[in-house]
Design a protein around this ligand. Structure first.
Ligand code: FAD
Length: 471
């Protein structure tokens, strides 16, 4: 009788507690994934999911097994499969998003009813989201004391090696598998094929995650503190989608950083933000829907479909904003500094509800994460508990001058401005038609004029804030 290992967001063999414990029983394992519409990610992450399934299947095949992909409601399918395969137990690694937790809690009950053990394991975080608490036992609301307490708690447990000897059970014939070919489980775009940029940029899978980590430690960690805010430098790890899909665990990263012997406080603090996001989502299930500061419920957001569309498509006329939004559309990823700038622009310059931005990111990011995305949007909008105040309005031009001084990031993603020199590229409308024309650009023809004036937009946002504060 096998142990059923249900993979979800843990596409790896190493440091996979659910798999290692199953193998440790000495029984054959039956490895499954369920395509369940109730927990489907957004478009770009679906593309990644198809690649993750392929890569894990290939890794299991190298050991003589396979990943069996079924389609349906996991809450029903898993108990059916446990019964159909006469499994003695079902193992999985825990997830902490509200929808997933609901399915898993109901599953435990359903398995108990049919006399099958359900065992869940930790692995997606350094510490379980209920672990790091104040002295009084309450969850933290502010990042700095949270991270201080997390560091005092100690490092994560050492990561587990991949199991060496795996023996596999067959899928019972009564269960129909979904096939990878021809359309990647129906997860990939048909027409138009918007995934070309994603394919060029990324390779999903555990091996690719380890390569990414190794390269980052060797080439970029030493300069991380200096380079992490420079989008053109590409000095960050780009591990986010690998973490999102569990190709690599934070415990593995923690260990690899320690083994490298390098100073990495700043980088590890970023992993801390990820932990904090999950601890917030664990407390506030509606983090993506509700302003954590209720005073913002009265903010008169503007309805502006054209402004939203200009932002989504990278045609606001602010080059750094447009570069970021186009990088996102093309590659499914955006540099963190630019994410902050575009988020601030949507919320404060356009006064569009942050939830529209959150939803767009959810659909277009390969690293979209149900905790980090809403936490960061609420941080940018000022509606979060530990957030940038609403009245601090990022100036997209000075951000551009400071963090992309040579304009290289802009030129890469906004090719219309490729010939424009650094002194004109951050605010091309200031240059005047003659100066811009000398570089082949006519504003309004080749590149949009700004859709809002910074000074006016700033004054409008501040007026709204003042009115809100005064009730
Ligand atoms: P690195 O700088 O190398 O950091 C290492 C890891 O730390 C990242 O992979 C990530 O797991 C974590 N991390 C870094 N910064 C943050 C942060 N601010 N919050 C939480 N975790 C962080 N990150 C996501 O993983 N998914 C999202 O959906 C997401 N949405 C965001 C939305 C907005 C509006 C903003 C401002 C930020 C968002 N972030 C999100 C955080 C951050 O931008 C990305 O994690 C980071 O850019 C990923 O690149 P990296 O792996 O090279 O990061």
């Amino acid at each position: 009788n096998p142990v059923l290992v249900w993979f979800r967001e843990d596409f790896r063999l190493a440091d996979n507690a659910a798999l290692s414990a199953a193998v440790g029983t000495g029984r054959p394992v039956l490895c499954v994934f369920v395509l369940d519409a109730a927990t489907f990610p957004g478009g770009a992450a679906r593309w990644w999911l198809a690649g993750a399934l392929r890569a894990l299947d290939a890794a299991l095949r190298a050991h003589g097994g396979a990943l069996h992909v079924l389609r349906g409601a996991a809450g029903h399918l898993i108990p059916e499969l446990a019964r159909g395969s006469r499994a003695v137990a079902v193992h999985w690694n825990r997830r902490y998003d509200p929808a997933g937790r609901g399915v898993d809690a109901a599953l435990k009950v359903a398995l108990r009813q049919i006399g099958v053990a359900g065992h869940s394991f930790a692995g997606a975080l350094l510490h379980e989201p209920w672990t790091i608490r104040t002295r009084g036992g309450a969850p933290f609301q502010m990042f700095t004391p949270f991270w201080r307490a997390a560091c005092a708690f100690g490092g994560p447990r050492p990561p587990l090696p991949a199991p060496a000897d795996l023996s596999f059970a067959q899928l019972p014939e009564t269960f129909e598998e979904s096939r990878v070919a021809p359309a990647g489980f129906g997860l990939l775009p048909a027409t138009p094929d918007w995934a070309a940029g994603l394919r060029e940029e990324w390779e999903p899978g555990e091996a690719a995650a380890q390569e990414c980590l190794t390269r980052f430690l060797a080439e970029d960690l030493a300069a991380y503190g200096r380079e992490r805010d420079t989008p053109a430098a590409e000095g960050t790890s780009r591990l986010s989608p690998y973490l999102r899909f569990g190709h690599v665990t934070p415990a593995q990263i923690w260990q690899a950083v320690a083994d490298s012997g390098q100073e990495a406080t700043k980088f590890l603090t970023e992993l801390g933000w990820r932990e904090f996001a999950w601890s917030l989502l664990f407390q506030h299930e509606d983090l993506a829907r509700r302003n954590l500061r209720g005073v913002f419920d009265g903010l008169p957001w503007r309805t502006d479909p054209e402004g939203l569309r200009a932002w989504q498509t990278g045609r606001t006329g602010y080059p750094l904003v447009d570069a970021g939004m186009r990088q996102l559309w093309r590659t499914g990823w955006m540099h963190n500094r630019v994410r902050m700038v575009v988020a601030s622009f949507l919320v404060k310059h356009l006064l569009i509800d942050w939830r529209h931005g959150e939803a767009w990111f959810a659909d277009t990011l390969v690293d979209h994460d149900p905790a980090s995305n809403p936490m960061n949007w609420q941080w940018s909008a000022g509606t979060g508990v530990d957030a940038a105040p609403f009245f601090r309005i990022m100036n997209p031009v000075t951000q551009s001058e400071k963090f992309d001084p040579g304009g290289d990031y802009i030129r890469r993603w906004v090719p219309e401005l490729a010939a424009v020199p650094a002194n004109l590229i951050h605010a091309p409308w200031v240059a005047g038609a003659g100066a811009l024309g000398a570089h082949g650009v006519v504003l309004g023809r080749d590149y949009p004029a700004p859709i809002v004036d910074h000074r006016q937009a700033r004054a409008r946002a501040l007026a709204v804030w003042t009115a809100l504060r005064n009730g």
